[in-house]
Ligand binder design. Structure first.
Ligand SMILES: O=C(O)c1ccccc1N[C@@H]1O[C@H](COP(=O)(O)O)[C@@H](O)[C@H]1O
Length: 210
């Protein structure tokens, strides 16, 4: 059955990872970007991965990391997928021999199509809001009309999603997946189980009404 996948990003606590899994999330995201309020260390990430039931994808989010940092995290943790959320080149993203997605900040109608061309090895393109001062986690939406109607590879929609707008997003954009961080939180890095459940329920209901 066709459905919209859900990633809950910026998990910092084992109990939040469990809440996401129990609510039906397909993936969780761990932020390895020291400047983020949601950043986790390798020991914290390890504790989160330890409680996670099988068949939930673990995504490691990095912003302009050194190659050595990427290797260190891949060696230490069971990361299924890397999410490059900065200005990384395609060559850099491909150099680890590990599946990855590329996040782009959408400021006009050409951005996602250009990324599809430029980032050939990516498993998918994540479209996030543009902010000149922040790489992500802005809590802001963007003009979904700037997204291609028929993306050439899986499109992950992010940026300011929450239970109140994700249904509309699913109906209008029909993305492969949606990604949320701030919209299911009480405070940065502190998830709210009820908000996660509401978010996933909205995704399912609105996909089904298509
Ligand atoms: O969450 C962060 O702090 C963060 C920092 C740097 C890059 C990306 C970050 N988060 C990702 O941004 C998108 C949108 O987040 P939000 O739902 O608008 O809060 C999502 O992929 C976050 O994981």
């Amino acid at each position: 059955m066709d459905r919209t996948r859900v990633k809950i990003c910026g998990i910092t606590r084992p109990e939040d990872a469990l809440a996401a899994a129990q609510a039906g999330a397909d993936a969780i995201g761990l932020v390895f970007y020291p400047a983020s309020a949601r950043a986790v260390t390798i020991p914290q990430a390890s504790a989160i991965c330890h409680v996670l039931p099988p068949f939930v994808t673990v995504v490691g989010l990095m912003v302009n990391p050194e190659a050595e940092m990427v290797r260190k995290h891949l060696e230490a943790l069971p990361l299924d997928l890397l999410q490059f959320h900065g200005d990384e080149s395609a060559g850099f993203c491909n150099s680890f021999g590990h599946p990855w997605i590329k996040a782009v900040r959408v400021r006009d109608a050409g951005v996602v199509a250009q990324a599809e061309e430029a980032y050939h090895g990516a498993s998918g393109i994540l479209a996030d809001a543009y902010d000149p001062d922040q790489y992500g986690g802005t809590g802001r939406t963007f003009n979904w009309g700037w997204l291609p109607e028929r993306p050439s590879r899986p499109l992950i929609l992010a940026g300011g999603l929450n239970a109140g707008n994700v249904g509309d997003a699913v109906r209008r954009v029909r993305p492969w997946a949606v990604d949320v961080s701030g919209g299911v939180e009480d405070a940065p890095g502190i998830k709210n189980a009820a908000l996660i459940q509401n978010f996933i329920r909205e995704v399912i209901q609105n996909h089904e009404t298509d």
